[in-house]
Design a protein around this ligand. Structure first.
Ligand code: SF4
Ligand code: SF4
Length: 334
């Protein structure tokens, strides 16, 4: 790549990256999201259409990740894929784990029926009972190239990682918005809380900074992974990923067993000395007791300036504790 376009690319770094500002407003304040799609009332009986079964959801999500134009890096890595083949799992809308989330995370965490009631009300239809709902959860593994690049860093995230943090989030939101719109167009109620005004991050008494819909906890509920000392979800594709989920008015069978132990795949929690993630953290936010969210967020917030200045991206990111560790790309062997 010649030096000229890179210099131009960096010239107005604070002014030009409106996508990052929009993304931050959506994440922190629940504003700036496009309107919710309307339910096609002419086809409202489609919630029992057998076409939309577990395989349909797995294939549709996988195909979109494979071919979506937004699953793509930009300059200077234009054309590289952000995410690899996804993992997809399902949780029943009336799974008792959602009541547990209200105890563990806090009463602010939505149950599927609560967020679906909001969507039903928007469309003038009766809210479906929890037993008729499912949550579809997906894990988008970060590309090997990006992981390798971030593994070389030990203070701030790499450029590919920063792009993944911003463009990957934009893609993940576009993906759920399109899936929700597709289903609503077919007459099937669907909603993804993180692209509605209901979603906003704030400090909660029990868990500190959190949102009312934890994609990671839902992915655990769907049997897609368990938590590590770094608080990340260790899946069969590792812990370097983005996670998404949405609620749908369909009964989908859970397709993966969920370990009882929420730390089943972490070496250290299972008694094998590891803590490699703690050694990777530049601010000591992980230790034998676990992950200190406040220290981590403090560091991640500071990275905004670094990413903007060096990569021309208005985004924060880190992820150093998810790479160059035994759980980076799979479930580690004991
Ligand atoms: S690096 Fe080791 S201790 Fe940290 S989450 Fe992964 S397996 Fe657990
Ligand atoms: S994401 Fe947080 S815990 Fe992980 S390395 Fe960065 S600052 Fe440390």
């Amino acid at each position: 790549m010649s030096k000229e376009p890179r210099n131009k690319y960096r010239r107005f770094s604070f002014l030009s990256d409106w996508r990052g500002i929009k993304n931050a407003l959506g994440e922190m304040r629940g504003i700036g999201h496009p309107r919710q799609p309307k339910l096609n009332l002419d086809r409202a009986s489609a919630s029992v259409d057998p076409t939309f079964d577990e395989q349909w959801f797995i294939k549709t999500i996988s195909d979109r990740v494979e071919s979506h134009p937004d699953n793509s890096m930009e300059f200077p890595f234009a054309g590289e894929r952000i995410f690899e083949k996804p993992l997809v799992g399902f949780v029943a809308g009336d799974d008792p784990i959602f009541a547990k989330f209200k105890e563990i995370i806090g009463p602010h965490h939505f149950a599927p029926a609560e967020i679906m009631a909001w969507q039903a009300q928007n469309n003038g239809v009766n809210p479906p009972p929890a037993g008729e709902l499912s949550v579809v959860s997906f894990v988008l593994p970060i590309s090997g190239k990006t992981r390798r690049e971030n593994a070389e860093e030990n203070q701030w995230c790499s450029e590919r990682w920063a792009q993944t943090r911003l463009r990957g989030e934009i893609f993940s939101q576009a993906l759920v918005r399109e899936l929700v719109a597709l289903l609503m167009g077919k007459g099937i109620l669907a909603v993804s809380p993180d692209v509605t005004p209901m979603f906003r991050k704030q400090r909660y008494p029990k868990v500190g900074w959190a949102s009312p819909w934890s994609h990671r906890h839902i992915a655990y509920a769907a049997g897609l992974g368990t938590f590590g000392k770094n608080d990340l979800l260790i899946t069969e594709k590792g812990c370097a990923h983005r996670v998404g989920s949405f609620v749908v008015h369909r009964k989908l069978k859970p397709n993966r067993p969920r370990p009882e132990d929420i730390h089943a795949y972490c070496l250290q929690y299972q008694g094998t000395e590891c803590l490699k993630c703690a050694k990777r953290c530049p601010v000591g936010a992980i230790d034998i007791k676990g992950h200190d969210k406040e220290t981590c967020y403090g560091r991640v917030a500071k990275s905004l300036r670094y990413c903007n200045k060096n990569y021309h991206i208005f985004i924060y990111g880190c992820g150093l504790c998810s790479v160059n560790v035994p759980c980076e790309a799979g479930i580690p062997n004991k």
